[in-house]
Design a binder for this molecule. Structure first.
Ligand code: SF4
Length: 182
């Protein structure tokens, strides 16, 4: 792989292309010798890999900044690159594409709360800072996505595809509910 080819990425993933082949790695591994990395040869193996963190624990939050290192995947086409990204960060490229077309729908937390049970809605309405604390401890600290629903704006970075979150995820609600109940 030509190290001078342009690097792109999203979240903790980066890739370089050379002759129509995209070599995809953890961004922290971009300058590691390929001999020190394990090749992942199909999407099923990739799915198994990204489901767990370095300690082997399940990663319920796909956008969390704890993606395992030490591997690479060679995608033979732009289509395969897209498939790889869909396995690692489901929906992320679709969100970016929709945003570019002005078609991305963002659901604010108040609107999203209406999908929760009446009890949770009541708790949230009277719940003081639970939503703010959940945002800070989960979305800002652990997750690599930009929560557009929390009125965060995207900071453009050269060679980086924005990693967008359009509505509070189930883990966010779990966290907020736990804070409300504590
Ligand atoms: S709601 Fe927060 S934690 Fe969940 S995916 Fe979005 S940014 Fe990440």
């Amino acid at each position: 792989m030509n190290r001078d080819s342009q690097q792109e990425g999203i979240g903790q993933i980066a890739w370089r292309s050379d002759g129509g082949v995209y070599e995809i790695r953890h961004e922290e591994d971009m300058n590691v010798s390929v001999k020190k990395l394990r090749e992942i040869k199909n999407l099923l193996k990739l799915e198994e890999l990204v489901r767990r963190n370095e300690e082997g624990n399940y990663r319920p939050l796909r956008g969390e900044k704890n993606l395992v290192q030490g591997w690479f995947y060679s995608a033979k086409s732009a289509l395969e690159l897209r498939e790889v990204l869909e396995v690692i960060y489901p929906g992320a490229m679709g969100n970016w594409s929709a945003q570019q077309k002005g078609e991305l729908r963002v659901l604010g937390w108040k609107e999203a709360a209406k999908k929760q049970t009446g009890r949770v809605q009541a708790l949230i309405e009277g719940g003081g800072k639970a939503v703010e604390v959940a945002k800070k401890e989960l979305c800002i600290t652990r997750c690599g996505k930009t929560p557009l629903w929390a009125e965060k704006s995207v900071v453009a970075k050269v060679g980086k595809v924005p990693f967008l979150c359009v509505e509070p995820c189930p883990l966010f609600w779990e966290k907020a509910k736990n804070l409300l109940n504590s």
